[in-house]
Design a protein around this ligand. Sequence first.
Ligand code: ATP
Ligand code: MG
Length: 755
Amino acid sequence: MSEKKDFLRAIVEADLKAGRVKEVVTRFPPEPNGFPHIGHAKSIVLNFGVARDYGGRCHLRMDDTNPETEEMCYVEAIKDAVKWLGFDWGEHFYFTSDYFERLYGYAVQLIKMGKAYVDSLNEEEIRKYRGTVTEPGRRSVYAKRSVEENLDLFERMRKGEFPEGAHVLRARIDMASPNMKMRDPLLYRIRHTPHYRTGKAWHIYPMYDFAHCLSDYIEGVTHSFCTLEFENNREVYDWILDTLQVEPPRPHQYEFARLNITYTVMSKRKLLELVKGGYVDGWDDPRMPTIAGYRRRGYTPESIVNFCEMIGVAKANSVVDVAQLEFAIRDDLNQKVPRVMCVLDPLKVTIVNYEGAEELDASYYPPDVAKEGSRKLPFSREIYIDREDFSENPPKGYYRLTPDQPVRLKHAYIIACEEVVKNEAGNIVEIKARYFPNSKSGSDTSGIKVKSAIQWVDAARGRRAEIRLYDRLFRVENPQGVEDLNPDSLRIVKNAVVEPAVIEEMPDERFQFERIGYFYADPVDYSDEAPVFNRIVSLKDSWAKKSKKPETPKAAKEVPQRKPETSKKEEMPPLTPEQQTRFERFTKELGLGGAVADTLARDETLSEFFEKALTFGENPATIANLVANEVARELKNKTPEALPFGPEQVARLAKMVDDETISTKIAKQVFEAMAKSGENPEAIVEAKGLVQISDPAVIGPIIDKVIADNPENVAKYREGNKKLLGFFVGQALKATGGKANPKVVNELVAKKLEA
Ligand code: ATP
Ligand code: MG
């Protein structure tokens, strides 16, 4: 079970405890009109997850009431997706279309009760009669039809005697209801299109509001979870079940926030457009946010389930950063897959002082991955390295091979450049290099210092492969449609070279190609003769620096985020295994934000300081902020021992912030004093009179003065320039030397300005 209980699980638990339900029954009810996407994954994980957690069951139901868009191939795609994610509906696989006859019976019952009538207004009139949010609607003249007439018309609608749009069946509820959905909602409409399962048997089809609650009831569903857009439909859901006086127990609807992800479109209609328009290569194109797409790309089901659990279930809509999904897959693969070598853009290196050939032992896994296995790496006089890993005129900070700088060949020897061979056009076609026989990885006695290790592949034994470098399908955060497609979402590299074990041993289907990313043998196009690998995800988030990172949207739960890289600095290297372990402890166990966690995790001294401070304090977030910012600055040129304060004082300072004795702003000031004098933070606050002022009786008069001093701005504010609120708050804070509690000031200023 996910660590924290969400509000839906809380409801389920309460119902079980109170005996309102004996067995929890949920359902996942997709419409088979497209391939399921990652939003559906959230719903699958929720519905099947709740059933699993409470020993109940979850039904898989095709909500197939619209003959125009539904197809059997989508039914199969949905089943595949649910199974692949690891869930099992057992024998509970259903179709709403199997209930058509029973639903018809319920409709007849409503008509007989005088609770439903056949309306013959056209679509336009129906809309007009419905009124608006501020005005009540009017009931159609046809609502006066007798029960007999309604029964007769409804039966003839079913038989197909009328054209589409001639009549509809509506519930008789309340045309003046403040809830627009309750203004005599439509229950049935005429459609002559054959249905993919029932063929031409029906000429009327139930609307969602009518079919859904009753299907839930028929199946004995107890908890019907749907997305927030259906909040107002709940009243209809209840009205139908209550009016029909169905035998208890009856299901109840609960709403949760749908999943939205940046750089992604998530409606089947828009996805269909991409497929139909040929913008992607089908529903399972590895760039599609469909479950089939992620699967073909190489995502693991675990990573998607983890992601869904990580973002949690909330009551308010939000947009999740796609980086979180990418984090989930990296996080999963990092612990699982073999590390191998691939050269995307081969540049031949001839090692002039090497004769013969040998096979080097190389582990598939780094020491922090709890898996064993190794392969032989053939090595000989001719190898390939990546063109990018040699530079004739290296920029500053270039750590790889140059005419003057040796480099290590990962798992092998150190080489140095002897000669750069160019063709007539002046392009480099080969490097002649020298190797150092005593520099072999694991038994290096050469004493040669290198700044990095690069990947390489033996020229004779390496295997050619096609590499598909997938990237985000859209180039903007909030894409609307095809106009926002990323032109570089797929780059195909035809002539990459991979080490032979990848193909000849295939220790796994997924790999980390060292320094490049995670890759997956394409399940459709791969063969040993013509290998094709898909990039699942790069090793680090290359988008964080491209786009100025927006504030992380408030996701349901704060989720680990790598620190956004600033544009000025060189790219941050990926975290080492130890740093990664720390990063995970900070984000997952302590709930720190990604940026702070990253800063701390990368620095062992800071991490240690932080951990010590934690033993004296309670709130990791406040302590972490102080350590990552203030303490880090002090430690730039000093060792921890040389500081006049220790972790305990920092924890105490944090505590004063947490209990609102001082504001965060004042905390910085106190810290500076503490860093100079080594005095205790409480003493500093006391001596300087820095205690935060939260008393409205003290703050009020200060605000009054600010207001009196700025009549022009007051007038502007009252005329509607609400942005000026910040100005007044700022002035008031300034007048108290930053000691006033900003929350209190905010509230008071707003109140006084409205007066
Ligand atoms: P779309 O709008 O993408 O076409 P839909 O809601 O029409 O999706 P359905 O097949 O009707 O798709 O949905 C099946 C189930 O999946 C519903 O219970 C729905 O609430 C849920 N669902 C669909 N999209 C999301 C999403 N983005 N986040 C969470 N749940 C979703
Ligand atoms: Mg739908």
